[in-house]
Design a protein around this ligand. Sequence first.
Ligand SMILES: [Zn+2]
Length: 309
Amino acid sequence: MSRRKKSSKKLVGSIIGIIILAIAGIFGLNQESINEFLEAENTLNTGVQEVTASSLPVDGNLNVYFIDVGQADSILITNNDSSMLIDAGNNEDGEDVVNFIKEKGITTLDYVVGTHPHEDHIGGLDDVINSDLEIGKVYMPEIETTTKTFEDVIDAISNKNLTITSPKKGDTFILGNASLEVMTDSILDEDNLNLSSITLYLKYGNNSFLFMGDAEADNEETRDWPKVDLLKVGHHGSSTSSSEKFLNETKPTYSIIMAGEGNSYGLPTEETLNKLQNIGSTIYRTDLNGTITVTSDGENIEIITSKNQ
Ligand SMILES: [Zn+2]
């Protein structure tokens, strides 16, 4: 009985949602109105564990740039006038990352994510924050370290009067007409900062992307995973990530590995490459392909590489 009640309530919520979104499409409602609607729909759908914003209408292209910053991560995501940066490479990459963002005509980063406080992820983040780019929300895990790299980022954040938000599993937010969901809680282990990585699932129309930072098998096994079109492979293709169960669930059509050409860690490992090949995933690597640009129109994904196309 009560189950039936809940699902009819959800149906009503969804119908109202579709109507409001149709009106939003016709009248071109702004981001704030859409956010308000999503909050309202959240309330209607209390207890439903789905990504709440997956019904946002597709508008234009979603662009995901996997910037070649050597043995490090930096990913820029844009849709319409909204943009998000996930990581900013090593310390010496900061200026290049800022220039890359500005070359795309971007003046505001709505979200800046430092997946975890290792130099190859937050190294260039102080340059990004200290630049004249406007910064919205800063997401970082709730863990500290004593490195100068980390302190530089914290200084930059406080100099710009920004605050850090540490997201929790299940948190959702909107980037343009794409929806994002935080997939795991950070495992706070000072001896292995990789485990604190913020993991993000992005849905745009019918396309889905999963950004794993340097999350490892310990993070992967904390939940079940949806099938995705594209996976930013965890931890530069290390064997500590990308467990067989995880890959069988996510079954990414495309896998992106961010690694430095001839890096001393031997990443990505043969083991990870074999596992990805075994599930039929098409692999792109920044060490071989340079900067990788992924474009989604909500239905189809196109990939352009700066090297070895
Ligand atoms: Zn890393």
